[in-house]
Each structure stands twice: as structure tokens, then as C-alpha cells.
Ligand binder design. Structure first.
Ligand code: SF4
Length: 158
């Protein structure tokens, strides 16, 4: 083994077709390292993964497999030490239909929609609340709640 690579404990593998670019792994990893990071530029999200897991990173690396909602990360034994230290996956983001801000990857949104219970899916119309960014979703909820109060009060006065 190469002297520089002595501390390598495992290799981090990501199923590129399965990864939805959801940020769960990049939120966990900064606890010990900046090598798994996320950046957003306009309508594009990039997740940068470390290829090599050092011995000191073993605990958190094990957690990555658990935190990934689609099981796209595996920590595998090093057979051949890879030449690259890191690799990136780039995702197109969808824009909120209200404020036009990009807020989630298309794959991430499809995943969440697929997890919604059937009765909620049936009730939603396009653009539904799920297509809104978190800020607009909160405003839509507040507006809906206010409308309900007004309707209820005007009904009570009649
Ligand atoms: S947690 Fe899994 S799906 Fe989400 S960005 Fe990381 S590897 Fe991709």
C-alpha cells in the first residue's frame, strides 16, 4: 500500500443513479470533516463526496449509510485504492412556482411525492403545496388558515 494511503480504512461508494441529492449526508459529515460538502449555484446543486474514508472518520462514515434515505451510500473495504480523493454529483433543481427560487432537486421532490399517503396525493392540485418552497409553503398555509377563519366568522354573523 502507498505510504500516503496508510490511514485509509474504507472507500465511499455512491450509487449515482440512486442518489437524489437530498443533503442528508452532507448535513451529517461536517461534524468531522469538510470533505463531504454541498453547494448550490442558481438552479444547480453539487454534492462533493470524499472517495477515501480515513480511520479517524469511521464512526461518522458508518452513519452515512444509515442517514441516506435511498440507500445510495456504501462504505466498502478498499480493494484497490482509488486515484481520486473526491468526486461530485451535480443535480438540476426545481423552482418554486410562486417565488421562482430553486429549492430542491427534481429527484428529491419525486421521492417525497412518492412517499405521500394516497389520500393526500389525491387531494392536491397543481401547483400543489408540495411543489412550493418551504417559505412559500408556510405562507400558503397561513393564508389558507386566515381564509378559513374569515369564512367561519362571516358565516357566524349571518
Ligand atoms: S444522503 Fe444519499 S441520496 Fe442524499 S445526497 Fe447523500 S448519497 Fe445522495
Amino acid at each position: 500500500m502507498n505510504e500516503e494511503r496508510k490511514g485509509v480504512w474504507r472507500i465511499l461508494a455512491v450509487d449515482e443513479d440512486g442518489c437524489i441529492g437530498c443533503r442528508a449526508c452532507s448535513s451529517l459529515w461536517p461534524e468531522i470533516s469538510t470533505s463531504l460538502s454541498l453547494s448550490e449555484r442558481g438552479p444547480e446543486r453539487t454534492v462533493m463526496f470524499p472517495r477515501i474514508v480515513e480511520e479517524s472518520e469511521t464512526k461518522i462514515a458508518g452513519g452515512l449509510e444509515e442517514v441516506c434515505p435511498v440507500g445510495a451510500i456504501s462504505i466498502i473495504s478498499p480493494g484497490e485504492i482509488p486515484g481520486e480523493d473526491s468526486f461530485s454529483l451535480v443535480f438540476d433543481m426545481v423552482r418554486c412556482p410562486r417565488c421562482r427560487a430553486p429549492f430542491a432537486t427534481g429527484r428529491e421532490l419525486d421521492y417525497v411525492k412518492g412517499k405521500l399517503p394516497e389520500d393526500i396525493r389525491a387531494k392536491s392540485s397543481h401547483p400543489s403545496w408540495i411543489d412550493l418552497c418551504p417559505t412559500c409553503r408556510r405562507s400558503a398555509f397561513r393564508e389558507g388558515a386566515s381564509r378559513e377563519v374569515i369564512v367561519r366568522r362571516s358565516g357566524a354573523r349571518r
